[in-house]
Design a binder for this molecule. Structure first.
Ligand SMILES: Cc1cc2nc3c(=O)[nH]c(=O)nc-3n(C[C@H](O)[C@H](O)[C@H](O)COP(=O)(O)OP(=O)(O)OC[C@H]3O[C@@H](n4cnc5c(N)ncnc54)[C@H](O)[C@@H]3O)c2cc1C
Length: 410
């Protein structure tokens, strides 16, 4: 049963692994480590086809660390977000029977297994005997599907949907470098390797060691540091088709920074400026945020906690200190409130994983209450520092597929 309109249809195919060293929870760290051997296979399925992703990524981190060190911008290391230049929309293998826009789903449970999945699609009723069921409806969709399954199993779905995390992100400032340093920062900002481009970030680790955030540098034209312009840029970038056209009808389109961004996107040009925008990507931890359904209506309770905001401010102070030592001018707001930050659409952690009482799936991604139901999508990502989630979801999916095939073979 498939929905056509998931986030995977919208994404930009940027690939970055979740670093195990950034994970606080031991059990999820072990799951991520266990999924690592699948990295190259997944990256290749996600259009990184020129070489081994793991080797290329390790080489990039080493090379870019050198460039960052020469520019004097190394804080707690650097990381690389890798964009294959050629990619297509992901499509389901043609050998898979596909049903879209399903309604009236129903689940029948017997002897600790999900026996049948019923639904209506294209005006017809279906009842399919289930061998293995993998729920992959995303961090917003899976809690709804799982709720029905858990209730059918006679258990309580308590805690489902709670713990939701995302990456709060935002442009927080501008920095101007000297002529010599700006050449290095330009390379660091977007490192072109022919078949792919690596956009690179300075890692920022909190004093408490629990949070790892990062900052990217994007070429800009002015030192103007205005939230309204950043919000407009984000709106323009996130919209498409008619909505983008509508958003383009604004005087803000003519701000030099926006024009520069458009030209660089349209023509793939790197603006030879000495000024850079600072894009901050922040980590959240599992807490009280949640997604739930009011009837059929999805509700998302998402906010940034006072602790998180405090951490972000201190990390921005750290970044300001670092940049002030090497830049000609820094215009960075460190005392941000949550108005400066918005969702990066890396929706995660709405299904607890592990052996704890809150957990609903075990380390094999199997639902606690049933022997043949698994969950694999953003919902089971328990922590993600600043890392985009696509590669990690792919690694976990390939790992799960291997396990299911191995169990069936025995
Ligand atoms: C604009 C944008 C750019 C992004 N860029 C990147 C990037 O460069 N790199 C990266 O790693 N990540 C990126 N992401 C994030 C990435 O797209 C998501 O992390 C990832 O796609 C999530 O995958 P998922 O399987 O959890 O959910 P989804 O891709 O949302 O898939 C869930 C599917 O389940 C279906 N569904 C939901 N409910 C039901 C139901 N009740 N019954 C049946 N089907 C249902 C949905 O229609 C959907 O098809 C981006 C996201 C956005 C929005």
């Amino acid at each position: 049963m498939l929905g056509r309109w998931g986030n995977t249809n919208l994404w930009h195919n940027g690939l970055i692994p979740i670093s195990q060293n950034d994970l606080v929870g031991r059990e999820f760290a072990e799951v991520v480590a266990d999924a690592r051997p699948f990295t190259d296979e997944v990256a290749s399925a996600l259009f990184f086809t020129s070489e081994s992703f793991s080797r290329a990524y390790a080489a990039l981190v080493s090379e870019l660390s050198g460039i960052a060190a020469r520019a004097g911008i190394t804080a707690d290391g650097i990381d690389c977000l890798v964009y294959p230049k050629k990619y297509r929309k992901l499509a389901v293998d043609g050998r898979v029977n596909q049903f879209y826009s399903v309604s009236k789903t129903g689940f029948q449970v017997e002897d600790g297994r999900l026996r049948t999945v019923g639904f209506r699609a294209g005006g017809k009723e279906y009842s399919i005997d289930a061998d293995i069921v993998i729920v992959a409806a995303g961090a917003f969709g899976s809690p709804k599907v799982l709720r029905e399954i858990i209730l059918a199993s006679g258990n309580s779905p308590a805690g489902l949907g709670t713990g939701f995390i995302d990456h709060p992100m935002g442009f927080v400032g501008k920095v101007r470098f000297s002529r010599e340093t700006s050449g290095l920062i330009r390379q660091f900002s977007a490192y072109d390797k022919g078949a792919y481009v690596s956009r690179n970030a300075v890692r920022l680790r909190s004093d408490c060691g629990r949070y790892t955030c990062c900052a990217f540098f994007r070429p800009a034209m002015t030192m103007d540091n205005r939230l309204t312009i950043y919000k407009y840029k984000s709106l323009l970038g996130a919209s498409s088709g008619l909505a983008r056209l509508r958003n383009a009808c604004s005087w803000k389109l003519f701000h030099p920074d926006i024009l520069a961004e458009i030209v660089s996107h349209l023509f793939g040009l790197i603006i030879p400026s000495r000024i850079f925008n600072i894009l901050f990507i922040a980590e959240q931890k599992r807490g009280a945020n949640r997604v739930y359904y009011d009837g059929e209506q999805l509700r998302v309770d998402w906010s940034i906690s006072a602790e998180e905001l405090g951490v972000y401010r201190s990390l921005l102070e750290k970044l300001k200190g670092l940049l002030s030592g090497v830049a000609e001018e820094v215009n960075l707001v460190t005392d941000i409130d949550d108005d400066w930050l918005w969702s990066a659409a890396h929706h995660s952690c709405t299904v607890g994983l592990g052996s704890g009482s809150e957990a609903l799936v075990d380390r094999d991604l199997k639902l606690k209450y049933l022997d043949n139901v698994f969950v694999c999508d953003g919902s089971i990502i328990q922590e993600h520092s600043y890392a985009n989630t696509g590669l990690a979801i792919g690694q976990l999916a390939f790992r799960l597929a291997r396990r299911v095939l191995d169990v069936q073979a025995n």
